[in-house]
Design a protein around this ligand. Structure first.
Ligand code: NAP
Length: 292
């Protein structure tokens, strides 16, 4: 039976991957503190010991604001560790899947970002994730790199959970309408990842050699944070618990944060859809499913 190594099993995406990867082989999964990505040598030893045919890395340093003051740690986890995984995958002839972010872009483009657009991260998190893309590419292993955006689930206290909470606590909510991205369901991301691996059949290394590279993979369409919050409030299955009466648009400058964020970082998913002949559902569909 094929061994699938999943790193970051307790995160939003990792949690969903535990389920979707199970049809592909024996899933051996880890998270911090069983494995610490800031210690690349222990990671290398662990991969050699397990000797998997597939490695999926869903772990990352994802606290965008904290990364400003912990850039060294973010760099180790987001840039160096994925490079070690890719190197070890290459050594084993294993397929490697890794995830990156729309925050590699500066958000000044006026249309959805393509894979060929030049990255220019505005913050340390984005710089460390771009470093990860580069270290994976440099390792030269058969790998697929999915750049995604605004990942959500009901785990880890993300945006959906916060909006549901605020709507129960405050009559007026002010949410920024000048940040635009692609809300992406962690569940959809995990399902599509498994579908892509399944397409490789019995010749995964050959398939990854052929299709390997960088792809934008996110919920179809784009939304502002304001539009996303409106949809969450509308689709809330326990609307009777809400006290919110009005949702007001605000501007990013009204809510200063340690890390600067790109204003418009929605991703074009055309290359992904054409290459894998899969169609990604509209972002709101994933939200409906999560909240139904
Ligand atoms: N969330 C987003 O909006 C978003 C947007 C674009 C791209 N992405 C990318 O998508 C991927 C999945 O994101 P996600 O939202 O599922 O992330 P997440 O929920 O924050 O999960 C990340 C996981 O990595 C683990 N981790 C952190 N530091 C570690 C370390 N030193 N050693 C081992 N594990 C460690 C975390 O453990 P602890 O909880 O114990 O720290 C957590 O289980 C990441 O590559 C992320 O950069 C996310």
């Amino acid at each position: 039976m094929r061994k699938v190594l999943l790193i970051g099993k307790n995160g939003q995406l990792g949690w969903e991957l535990q389920r979707t990867l199970a049809t592909l082989g024996e899933v051996i999964s880890f998270d911090f503190p069983e494995i610490d990505l800031s210690k690349p040598e222990s990671l290398r030893e662990m991969i050699r010991r397990i000797s998997p045919q597939i490695i999926v890395n869903a772990a990352a340093y994802t606290n965008v604001d904290k990364a400003e003051s912990e850039s060294e740690l973010a760099w180790k986890i987001n840039a160096e560790a994925p490079g070690v995984m890719a190197e070890e995958a290459g050594r084993l002839g294993a397929a490697f899947i890794h995830y990156s972010t729309d925050y590699v872009f500066d958000g000044t483009k006026r249309s959805p970002y393509l894979e060929t657009d030049e990255p220019n991260p505005l913050n340390e998190y984005g710089r460390s994730k771009l470093g990860g893309e580069q270290s994976v590419e440099a390792a030269g292993a058969a790998s697929i790199l999915f750049r995604t955006s605004w990942v959500y689930s009901l785990r880890q206290g993300g945006f959906v959970t916060k909006v549901l909470q605020w709507a129960r606590q405050q009559e007026t909510l002010r949410i920024v309408d000048d940040q635009v991205g692609c809300p992406t369901s962690a569940r959809m991301l995990a399902e599509v990842t498994a579908q892509v691996i399944a397409q490789g059949g019995d010749d995964l290394p050959g398939y990854f050699e052929k299709k390997g590279g960088l792809y934008h993979l996110a919920g179809a369409g784009a939304a502002s944070r304001y539009g996303w919050a409106q949809a969450i409030i509308d689709l809330d299955p326990k609307k009777e618990e809400q006290v919110v009466k009005q949702l007001l648009p605000a501007k990013t400058v009204d809510f200063p944060t340690p890390a600067e964020r790109p204003l418009r970082s929605d991703l074009s998913i055309e290359k992904f859809e054409e290459t894998f002949e899969l169609s990604l559902p509209p972002w709101k569909d994933g939200l409906k499913l999560l909240l139904s």
